[in-house]
Ligand binder design. Structure first.
Ligand code: MN
Length: 239
């Protein structure tokens, strides 16, 4: 799976999977760090993820400047990706989306916590970044590297961060696991809302449980889901 061509095909698949499962709609994006050049990353040109093809994938440096645009339009919010890659050498994939379930947690201050084992990779604490705190009234898009750096600071050492009035960012050690976390972040949001509508005494995963599940979530576990997701969007699966 280390071959660049395979990784880029996987990135196309990930775009389709995230769209199919409602994590992205016409907006939102996913990038991967270049496996051989840590100072570069790959991201589609400005296109709805469901429509992304291999030819749409472009290469960027970590300041989010495109290496060769080939006449294509670029996503505005590239600094979300560049900011995370600069701050975190361990991060190999970044996803930004506006999936509906996470939005209420970003605007109410009501804390999101893992409600079941499949959701443990979201982390025990899910921080919230408020662009207004440092940048005042904006259009809420992450347009500058200063904003990208500030968001990465709030992401900290974790894998998820909500963005107030906007969406979230998910960062991970490899692409398939990062897709998995983005999908289960949305599921956690929905389940937590249901549980808290039923009871004020919801029992969340403990910090220790969250850590143990996250540690034992292996590439083999993730691949079981990945194969299934590949088939569901008619894309080839490679282990
Ligand atoms: Mn956005």
């Amino acid at each position: 799976m280390a071959k660049l061509d395979d990784l880029l095909e996987d990135l196309v698949t990930a775009n389709h999977v995230l769209a199919k499962l409602g994590i992205v709609d016409s907006f939102g994006h996913i990038s991967i760090r270049h496996p051989d050049r840590p100072d570069r990353f790959f991201l589609s040109c400005s296109r709805a993820p469901e429509r992304v093809k291999r030819d749409d994938i472009l290469e960027f440096n970590l300041d989010c400047e495109v290496i060769d645009a080939r006449g294509k339009q670029l996503y505005t919010e590239r600094p979300i990706h560049g900011g995370a890659y600069q701050a975190r050498p361990d991060v190999m994939c970044v996803i930004h989306n506006h999936s509906p379930g996470v939005i209420p947690y970003g605007i109410t201050g009501h804390k999101m916590r893992p409600v079941m084992h499949m959701c443990a990779t979201i982390g025990h604490e899910v921080p919230i970044w408020d662009q207004h705190t440092k940048f005042g009234d904006t259009d809420l898009l992450v347009r500058t590297m200063a904003q990208g750096h500030d968001l990465a600071k709030k992401l900290g050492k974790g894998g998820t961060c909500l963005m107030r009035g906007h969406g979230c960012v998910v960062a991970g050690p490899y692409m398939r696991r990062t897709v998995y976390t983005a999908i289960y972040l949305e599921l956690n949001a929905k389940l937590q809302m249901q549980a808290e509508a039923m009871s004020k005494k919801v029992k969340f995963l403990t910090k220790g449980e969250t850590k143990k599940v996250a540690e034992t979530t292996s590439p083999a576990n993730v691949n079981r889901a990945w194969e299934n997701w590949c088939r569901s969007v008619d894309r080839p699966y490679k282990e």
